[in-house]
Design a protein around this ligand. Sequence first.
Ligand code: 76R
Length: 249
Amino acid sequence: MVEAVETMDGWYSLHDMRSVDWISWKLASEEEREEALASFHKLIEKWEKVEEGKNGSHALYTVVGQKADLMFMFLRPTMEELNELETELNKSKMAEFLIPEHSYVSIIELAKYRKSKDGVDPETLPEVQARLKPILPKWEHICFYPMNRRRIGEENWYTLESDARGKLLYEHSKTGRKYAGKVKQYITGSIGIDDWEWGVTLFAHDPLEFKKIVYEMRFDEASSRYGEFGYFFVGNILKKEAVAAFLHV
Ligand code: 76R
């Protein structure tokens, strides 16, 4: 019988993409814009405190292209906390000038394809816990896309035995490891939670590395036969100190 792989699930994740309503932003008075900026800074500082306390993490990027202007990625221990923080953002003065474009809800996921040699449950290992509850890197670029594993005719991931899937993912991980130090990847599971099966979030110092890794992986059987891909968001880091300049009109 084909068996599901056991997953280790970490922090809940929300990708939240918004555009700036530039027309109303320009029409707003100087005071209103300052109030909005102050509310935004206050929120960012609050998120920073959560991150310092290791109770979550966040990333803020500007999106290149017309899909959105801003991409937030939030990680929190519970779904409730994600909801609270998005509602707090929605109620802020800044949000009066932001248009929701897209969102994606998922959970940091690691699969237990590899058998533990010494009978130790990998979930108890500190390095695994650190990967399940990660502090997101503040690298220059982000790339986010959702994906599925195919379920068409002979190309059906879900009829493959667990060992076969493990082998394909091992091959896949060998490609991934070539990008150590250049690309950092976070796989979030979203089966039963959002419209695709996984979210892929990549960070890089050089955006060309996104193209290189995703292209190279297309040739791994896990992707060439079984990968289906959604839309892509790509962007540049927006540091707290640069928010005012980004919004300056
Ligand atoms: O977790 C691990 O490090 C173990 C090996 C591993 C697994 C199980 C691994 C390694 N991945 C795993 C699972 Mn991955 N990954 C992707 C994408 O665009 C594409 O073709 C695919 C998008 C990238 C770029 C990427 C990068 N991986 C998965 C799964 C879950 C599948 C399932 O459970 O059915 C998906 C959807 C997925 C997709 N992967 C790595 C990387 C990189 C860079 C690594 C090496 C990590 C390292 O060892 O440092």
